[in-house]
Design a protein around this ligand. Sequence first.
Ligand code: C6P
Length: 392
Amino acid sequence: MKVYLDNNATTIVDPHVFAQMEPFFVQRYGNPNSLHSFASETHPALKDAMEKIYAGIHAPREDSVVITSCATESNNWVLKSIYFEYILTGRKNHIIVSEVEHPSIIATAKFIESMGCRVTYLPINHEGVVEAERVREVITPKTALVSVMWANNETGAIFPVEEIGEICAKHNVLFHTDAVQAIGKVPVDVQSFNVDYLTMSAHKFHGPKGVGALYIKKGKELKPFFHGGAQMGGLRSGTLNVAGIVGMGKAMEQAIDALDFEMSDVRQMRDTFEDQLLEILDTFVVTPREKRTPNTILISFRGIEGEAMLWDLNRAGIAASTGSACASEDLESNPVMEAIGAAEDLAHTAVRFSLSRYTTQEEMDYTINVVRKAVERLRGISSSYAYSPEIR
Ligand code: C6P
Protein backbone atom coordinates (compact mmCIF):
# COMPACT_ATOMS: atom_id res chain seq x y z
CA MET A 1 0.00 0.00 0.00
CA LYS A 2 1.24 3.54 -0.78
CA VAL A 3 0.18 6.22 1.69
CA TYR A 4 0.94 9.91 1.24
CA LEU A 5 1.08 11.78 4.56
CA ASP A 6 3.33 14.67 3.56
CA ASN A 7 0.66 17.11 2.43
CA ASN A 8 2.33 20.09 4.11
CA ALA A 9 5.22 19.60 1.67
CA THR A 10 2.96 19.38 -1.37
CA THR A 11 -0.38 17.91 -2.38
CA ILE A 12 -1.73 15.83 -5.25
CA VAL A 13 -3.14 18.00 -8.04
CA ASP A 14 -6.90 17.54 -7.95
CA PRO A 15 -7.99 15.83 -11.22
CA HIS A 16 -10.57 18.58 -11.87
CA VAL A 17 -7.78 21.14 -11.55
CA PHE A 18 -5.61 19.19 -13.97
CA ALA A 19 -8.49 18.87 -16.46
CA GLN A 20 -8.95 22.64 -16.47
CA MET A 21 -5.24 23.26 -16.98
CA GLU A 22 -4.66 20.77 -19.77
CA PRO A 23 -5.98 22.78 -22.77
CA PHE A 24 -3.54 25.57 -21.99
CA PHE A 25 -0.47 23.55 -22.95
CA VAL A 26 -1.02 22.34 -26.52
CA GLN A 27 -4.27 23.97 -27.63
CA ARG A 28 -4.69 27.43 -26.12
CA TYR A 29 -1.03 28.23 -25.67
CA GLY A 30 -1.00 31.89 -26.77
CA ASN A 31 0.79 34.54 -24.76
CA PRO A 32 -2.06 36.47 -23.10
CA ASN A 33 -0.29 39.77 -23.81
CA SER A 34 -0.11 39.23 -27.58
CA LEU A 35 -2.55 40.92 -29.96
CA HIS A 36 -4.18 37.97 -31.72
CA SER A 37 -6.83 35.36 -31.12
CA PHE A 38 -4.38 32.85 -29.59
CA ALA A 39 -3.91 35.43 -26.86
CA SER A 40 -7.50 36.52 -26.42
CA GLU A 41 -8.78 32.96 -26.12
CA THR A 42 -6.84 32.64 -22.85
CA HIS A 43 -8.46 35.73 -21.35
CA PRO A 44 -11.82 34.35 -20.15
CA ALA A 45 -10.15 31.48 -18.26
CA LEU A 46 -7.58 33.85 -16.70
CA LYS A 47 -10.30 36.27 -15.63
CA ASP A 48 -12.36 33.45 -14.16
CA ALA A 49 -9.32 32.07 -12.28
CA MET A 50 -8.43 35.46 -10.83
CA GLU A 51 -12.02 35.93 -9.66
CA LYS A 52 -11.85 32.58 -7.88
CA ILE A 53 -8.58 33.50 -6.17
CA TYR A 54 -9.99 36.87 -5.04
CA ALA A 55 -13.16 35.16 -3.80
CA GLY A 56 -11.18 32.45 -1.99
CA ILE A 57 -9.57 34.95 0.36
CA HIS A 58 -12.49 37.42 0.17
CA ALA A 59 -10.27 40.13 -1.32
CA PRO A 60 -12.09 43.26 -2.51
CA ARG A 61 -11.59 44.12 -6.18
CA GLU A 62 -9.72 47.33 -5.33
CA ASP A 63 -6.93 45.31 -3.65
CA SER A 64 -4.33 43.41 -5.68
CA VAL A 65 -3.66 39.72 -5.97
CA VAL A 66 -0.40 39.36 -7.86
CA ILE A 67 0.51 35.97 -9.26
CA THR A 68 4.07 34.85 -8.51
CA SER A 69 6.00 31.63 -9.07
CA CYS A 70 5.63 30.38 -5.48
CA ALA A 71 5.33 31.40 -1.85
CA THR A 72 9.10 31.72 -1.61
CA GLU A 73 9.00 34.48 -4.22
CA SER A 74 6.06 36.23 -2.51
CA ASN A 75 7.84 36.16 0.85
CA ASN A 76 11.12 37.42 -0.62
CA TRP A 77 9.27 40.18 -2.44
CA VAL A 78 7.64 41.56 0.71
CA LEU A 79 10.76 41.60 2.88
CA LYS A 80 13.15 42.88 0.22
CA SER A 81 10.72 45.59 -0.93
CA ILE A 82 10.31 46.77 2.62
CA TYR A 83 14.07 46.85 2.90
CA PHE A 84 14.43 49.03 -0.22
CA GLU A 85 11.50 51.29 0.63
CA TYR A 86 11.98 51.84 4.36
CA ILE A 87 15.31 50.55 5.65
CA LEU A 88 17.71 51.57 2.89
CA THR A 89 16.12 55.04 2.79
CA GLY A 90 16.49 55.41 6.55
CA ARG A 91 12.73 55.94 7.14
CA LYS A 92 12.63 52.91 9.48
CA ASN A 93 15.25 50.48 10.76
CA HIS A 94 13.48 47.39 12.10
CA ILE A 95 11.34 44.39 11.15
CA ILE A 96 9.79 41.64 13.28
CA VAL A 97 9.39 37.99 12.24
CA SER A 98 8.71 34.87 14.26
CA GLU A 99 11.61 32.48 14.82
CA VAL A 100 9.64 29.62 13.24
CA GLU A 101 8.78 31.25 9.91
CA HIS A 102 9.49 29.25 6.77
CA PRO A 103 13.14 29.54 5.57
CA SER A 104 11.97 31.86 2.76
CA ILE A 105 11.25 34.43 5.48
CA ILE A 106 14.05 33.59 7.94
CA ALA A 107 16.80 33.49 5.30
CA THR A 108 15.53 36.71 3.72
CA ALA A 109 15.34 38.39 7.14
CA LYS A 110 18.93 37.32 7.82
CA PHE A 111 19.95 38.68 4.43
CA ILE A 112 18.46 42.11 5.05
CA GLU A 113 19.86 42.00 8.58
CA SER A 114 23.30 41.62 6.99
CA MET A 115 22.50 44.77 5.01
CA GLY A 116 21.88 46.78 8.17
CA CYS A 117 18.24 46.14 9.13
CA ARG A 118 17.50 45.33 12.77
CA VAL A 119 15.47 42.12 12.95
CA THR A 120 13.60 40.78 15.99
CA TYR A 121 12.90 37.04 15.91
CA LEU A 122 9.83 36.43 18.07
CA PRO A 123 9.97 33.33 20.26
CA ILE A 124 7.23 30.71 20.43
CA ASN A 125 5.76 29.54 23.72
CA HIS A 126 5.86 25.97 25.06
CA GLU A 127 2.84 25.15 22.85
CA GLY A 128 4.68 26.25 19.72
CA VAL A 129 2.57 29.40 19.34
CA VAL A 130 3.72 33.01 18.89
CA GLU A 131 1.90 35.19 21.43
CA ALA A 132 0.58 38.53 20.17
CA GLU A 133 1.82 40.09 23.41
CA ARG A 134 5.41 39.45 22.27
CA VAL A 135 4.77 41.71 19.25
CA ARG A 136 3.44 44.48 21.49
CA GLU A 137 6.63 44.29 23.57
CA VAL A 138 9.06 44.78 20.69
CA ILE A 139 7.22 46.97 18.17
CA THR A 140 8.64 50.52 17.95
CA PRO A 141 7.97 53.66 15.86
CA LYS A 142 10.95 52.53 13.73
CA THR A 143 9.38 49.14 12.90
CA ALA A 144 8.57 48.88 9.21
CA LEU A 145 7.02 45.41 9.03
CA VAL A 146 5.76 42.51 11.10
CA SER A 147 5.69 39.13 9.32
CA VAL A 148 4.07 36.25 11.20
CA MET A 149 2.72 33.16 9.48
CA TRP A 150 -0.95 32.19 9.80
CA ALA A 151 -0.23 28.52 10.43
CA ASN A 152 3.08 26.81 11.01
CA ASN A 153 4.15 24.20 8.46
CA GLU A 154 5.86 21.95 11.02
CA THR A 155 3.31 21.74 13.82
CA GLY A 156 0.19 23.18 12.17
CA ALA A 157 0.02 25.70 15.06
CA ILE A 158 -2.31 28.57 14.23
CA PHE A 159 -0.89 31.94 15.18
CA PRO A 160 -3.01 34.89 16.46
CA VAL A 161 -2.86 36.86 13.22
CA GLU A 162 -6.01 38.82 14.01
CA GLU A 163 -4.58 40.18 17.26
CA ILE A 164 -1.17 40.80 15.70
CA GLY A 165 -2.87 42.65 12.83
CA GLU A 166 -4.63 44.90 15.35
CA ILE A 167 -1.38 45.71 17.12
CA CYS A 168 0.24 46.57 13.78
CA ALA A 169 -2.68 48.80 12.76
CA LYS A 170 -2.52 50.62 16.09
CA HIS A 171 1.19 51.30 15.63
CA ASN A 172 0.87 52.09 11.93
CA VAL A 173 3.16 49.19 11.02
CA LEU A 174 2.72 47.03 7.91
CA PHE A 175 1.60 43.45 8.52
CA HIS A 176 2.38 40.43 6.33
CA THR A 177 1.21 36.89 6.93
CA ASP A 178 2.38 33.74 5.17
CA ALA A 179 -0.92 31.87 4.78
CA VAL A 180 0.53 28.95 2.79
CA GLN A 181 -0.52 26.35 5.36
CA ALA A 182 -3.82 28.05 6.24
CA ILE A 183 -5.59 28.15 2.88
CA GLY A 184 -8.01 25.26 2.52
CA LYS A 185 -7.59 24.31 6.16
CA VAL A 186 -9.07 27.27 8.05
CA PRO A 187 -11.20 30.18 6.78
CA VAL A 188 -8.97 32.91 5.35
CA ASP A 189 -10.69 36.27 4.93
CA VAL A 190 -8.50 39.33 4.35
CA GLN A 191 -11.39 41.66 5.17
CA SER A 192 -12.08 40.21 8.60
CA PHE A 193 -8.94 41.69 10.19
CA ASN A 194 -6.02 43.99 9.44
CA VAL A 195 -3.59 42.43 6.95
CA ASP A 196 -1.56 44.27 4.31
CA TYR A 197 0.16 41.37 2.54
CA LEU A 198 -0.69 37.67 2.39
CA THR A 199 1.26 34.85 0.76
CA MET A 200 -0.24 31.78 -0.96
CA SER A 201 1.09 28.76 -2.88
CA ALA A 202 -1.20 26.69 -5.13
CA HIS A 203 0.51 23.33 -4.66
CA LYS A 204 -0.38 23.29 -0.97
CA PHE A 205 -4.09 23.14 -1.77
CA HIS A 206 -4.21 20.61 -4.61
CA GLY A 207 -3.14 23.07 -7.29
CA PRO A 208 -0.03 22.92 -9.49
CA LYS A 209 3.55 23.63 -8.40
CA GLY A 210 5.27 26.77 -9.66
CA VAL A 211 2.43 29.21 -9.04
CA GLY A 212 1.71 31.30 -5.97
CA ALA A 213 0.38 34.74 -5.19
CA LEU A 214 0.76 37.77 -3.02
CA TYR A 215 -2.29 39.67 -1.81
CA ILE A 216 -1.58 43.41 -1.45
CA LYS A 217 -4.02 45.77 0.22
CA LYS A 218 -4.91 48.98 -1.66
CA GLY A 219 -2.65 51.81 -0.56
CA LYS A 220 0.10 49.40 0.55
CA GLU A 221 1.53 48.79 -2.93
CA LEU A 222 5.04 47.35 -3.17
CA LYS A 223 7.65 48.23 -5.76
CA PRO A 224 8.02 45.44 -8.36
CA PHE A 225 10.40 42.64 -7.46
CA PHE A 226 10.79 41.57 -11.11
CA HIS A 227 11.22 44.48 -13.50
CA GLY A 228 10.48 44.02 -17.19
CA GLY A 229 7.15 43.83 -18.98
CA ALA A 230 3.81 45.14 -17.88
CA GLN A 231 2.27 41.89 -16.73
CA MET A 232 0.26 41.90 -13.50
CA GLY A 233 -0.17 45.66 -13.75
CA GLY A 234 3.61 46.05 -13.94
CA LEU A 235 3.96 44.62 -10.46
CA ARG A 236 5.30 41.22 -11.48
CA SER A 237 6.75 40.95 -14.95
CA GLY A 238 7.20 37.70 -16.84
CA THR A 239 4.92 35.90 -19.30
CA LEU A 240 1.88 34.70 -17.44
CA ASN A 241 1.81 31.05 -16.37
CA VAL A 242 -1.64 30.60 -17.90
CA ALA A 243 -2.12 26.93 -17.06
CA GLY A 244 -0.77 27.54 -13.55
CA ILE A 245 -3.09 30.46 -12.90
CA VAL A 246 -6.09 28.54 -14.25
CA GLY A 247 -5.11 25.63 -12.00
CA MET A 248 -4.66 27.84 -8.97
CA GLY A 249 -8.11 29.39 -9.52
CA LYS A 250 -9.82 26.01 -9.75
CA ALA A 251 -7.83 24.66 -6.79
CA MET A 252 -8.85 27.67 -4.69
CA GLU A 253 -12.52 27.19 -5.59
CA GLN A 254 -12.32 23.52 -4.63
CA ALA A 255 -10.40 24.27 -1.42
CA ILE A 256 -13.16 26.62 -0.31
CA ASP A 257 -15.85 24.07 -1.22
CA ALA A 258 -13.98 21.39 0.75
CA LEU A 259 -13.22 23.55 3.79
CA ASP A 260 -16.01 22.12 5.94
CA PHE A 261 -14.87 18.60 5.06
CA GLU A 262 -11.28 19.46 6.07
CA MET A 263 -12.43 20.95 9.34
CA SER A 264 -14.70 18.02 10.22
CA ASP A 265 -13.79 14.76 8.46
CA VAL A 266 -10.06 15.30 7.97
CA ARG A 267 -9.81 16.63 11.53
CA GLN A 268 -11.67 13.59 12.86
CA MET A 269 -9.35 11.21 11.02
CA ARG A 270 -6.30 13.14 12.26
CA ASP A 271 -7.58 13.12 15.85
CA THR A 272 -8.28 9.39 15.85
CA PHE A 273 -4.81 8.70 14.44
CA GLU A 274 -3.25 11.03 16.99
CA ASP A 275 -5.07 9.29 19.86
CA GLN A 276 -3.65 6.00 18.61
CA LEU A 277 -0.14 7.45 18.33
CA LEU A 278 -0.33 8.86 21.85
CA GLU A 279 -1.24 5.42 23.20
CA ILE A 280 2.36 4.49 22.35
CA LEU A 281 4.54 5.12 25.41
CA ASP A 282 6.89 8.09 25.46
CA THR A 283 5.31 10.07 22.68
CA PHE A 284 4.95 13.82 22.73
CA VAL A 285 3.01 16.39 20.64
CA VAL A 286 3.91 20.07 21.04
CA THR A 287 0.80 22.02 20.08
CA PRO A 288 -2.67 21.18 21.46
CA ARG A 289 -4.86 19.95 18.62
CA GLU A 290 -7.49 22.67 18.99
CA LYS A 291 -4.73 25.21 18.26
CA ARG A 292 -3.69 23.47 15.05
CA THR A 293 -4.75 23.15 11.43
CA PRO A 294 -6.97 20.08 11.06
CA ASN A 295 -4.51 17.98 9.06
CA THR A 296 -1.18 18.17 10.91
CA ILE A 297 0.61 16.25 13.69
CA LEU A 298 4.22 16.79 14.72
CA ILE A 299 5.00 13.99 17.12
CA SER A 300 8.14 12.85 18.91
CA PHE A 301 8.87 9.21 19.66
CA ARG A 302 11.42 9.29 22.46
CA GLY A 303 14.54 7.29 21.63
CA ILE A 304 13.87 7.19 17.88
CA GLU A 305 15.62 9.46 15.39
CA GLY A 306 13.03 11.00 13.08
CA GLU A 307 15.02 9.84 10.04
CA ALA A 308 15.02 6.25 11.30
CA MET A 309 11.24 6.34 11.65
CA LEU A 310 10.93 7.79 8.12
CA TRP A 311 13.09 4.96 6.80
CA ASP A 312 10.80 2.31 8.29
CA LEU A 313 7.69 4.16 7.10
CA ASN A 314 9.10 4.58 3.61
CA ARG A 315 9.93 0.89 3.36
CA ALA A 316 6.27 0.22 4.08
CA GLY A 317 5.17 2.71 1.39
CA ILE A 318 4.29 5.55 3.76
CA ALA A 319 5.47 9.11 3.09
CA ALA A 320 5.90 11.41 6.10
CA SER A 321 8.65 13.91 7.01
CA THR A 322 10.78 15.12 9.87
CA GLY A 323 9.62 18.68 9.20
CA SER A 324 9.74 21.08 6.32
CA ALA A 325 10.77 19.41 3.05
CA CYS A 326 13.32 22.06 2.14
CA ALA A 327 15.28 21.46 5.38
CA SER A 328 14.96 17.70 5.55
CA GLU A 329 18.31 16.90 3.94
CA ASP A 330 20.44 18.76 6.48
CA LEU A 331 19.73 16.34 9.37
CA GLU A 332 19.48 19.31 11.77
CA SER A 333 16.90 18.97 14.53
CA ASN A 334 13.43 20.27 13.78
CA PRO A 335 13.44 24.08 14.25
CA VAL A 336 10.23 24.07 16.28
CA MET A 337 11.63 21.46 18.65
CA GLU A 338 14.71 23.65 19.00
CA ALA A 339 12.64 26.80 19.51
CA ILE A 340 10.63 25.27 22.37
CA GLY A 341 13.91 24.21 23.92
CA ALA A 342 13.23 20.47 23.68
CA ALA A 343 15.88 18.36 25.38
CA GLU A 344 18.60 17.12 23.04
CA ASP A 345 17.24 13.55 23.11
CA LEU A 346 13.84 14.77 21.88
CA ALA A 347 15.05 17.39 19.41
CA HIS A 348 15.82 14.85 16.67
CA THR A 349 12.78 12.67 17.20
CA ALA A 350 10.05 14.70 15.49
CA VAL A 351 7.97 13.20 12.70
CA ARG A 352 5.37 15.20 10.78
CA PHE A 353 2.25 13.50 9.48
CA SER A 354 0.11 15.77 7.30
CA LEU A 355 -3.20 14.51 5.91
CA SER A 356 -5.41 15.85 3.12
CA ARG A 357 -8.96 15.43 1.89
CA TYR A 358 -7.63 12.52 -0.20
CA THR A 359 -6.45 10.58 2.86
CA THR A 360 -8.59 7.54 3.67
CA GLN A 361 -9.36 5.77 6.94
CA GLU A 362 -7.95 2.57 5.46
CA GLU A 363 -4.62 4.35 4.90
CA MET A 364 -4.59 5.59 8.48
CA ASP A 365 -5.38 2.11 9.85
CA TYR A 366 -2.49 0.72 7.83
CA THR A 367 -0.17 3.53 8.99
CA ILE A 368 -0.81 3.12 12.71
CA ASN A 369 0.08 -0.57 12.47
CA VAL A 370 3.31 0.23 10.64
CA VAL A 371 4.19 2.93 13.20
CA ARG A 372 3.60 0.56 16.13
CA LYS A 373 5.89 -2.05 14.59
CA ALA A 374 8.54 0.56 13.73
CA VAL A 375 8.55 1.91 17.30
CA GLU A 376 8.99 -1.58 18.68
CA ARG A 377 11.79 -2.41 16.25
CA LEU A 378 13.67 0.88 16.57
CA ARG A 379 13.44 1.09 20.34
CA GLY A 380 14.49 -2.55 20.52
CA ILE A 381 17.78 -1.78 18.81
CA SER A 382 18.34 1.57 20.54
CA SER A 383 21.18 1.66 23.04
CA SER A 384 19.92 4.88 24.62
CA TYR A 385 16.18 4.28 24.96
CA ALA A 386 14.84 3.65 28.41
CA TYR A 387 11.17 4.28 29.28
CA SER A 388 10.76 7.51 31.23
CA PRO A 389 7.40 7.72 33.00
CA GLU A 390 7.40 11.51 33.50
CA ILE A 391 6.78 12.18 29.82
CA ARG A 392 3.19 10.86 29.81
N1 C6P B 1 6.79 24.29 2.99
C1 C6P B 1 7.18 22.06 3.89
O1 C6P B 1 7.52 20.87 3.77
P1 C6P B 1 6.99 27.18 -2.01
O2 C6P B 1 7.92 26.04 -2.04
O3 C6P B 1 7.67 28.45 -2.34
O4 C6P B 1 5.75 26.96 -2.81
O5 C6P B 1 6.47 27.29 -0.49
C2 C6P B 1 7.34 27.73 0.50
C3 C6P B 1 6.64 27.78 1.82
C4 C6P B 1 6.38 29.01 2.39
N2 C6P B 1 5.71 29.13 3.55
C5 C6P B 1 5.31 28.05 4.23
C6 C6P B 1 4.57 28.23 5.51
C7 C6P B 1 5.55 26.77 3.72
O6 C6P B 1 5.11 25.70 4.40
C8 C6P B 1 6.25 26.62 2.50
C9 C6P B 1 6.60 25.27 1.98
C10 C6P B 1 7.09 22.93 2.65
O7 C6P B 1 6.85 22.52 4.97
C11 C6P B 1 8.29 22.77 1.79
S1 C6P B 1 9.75 23.44 2.52
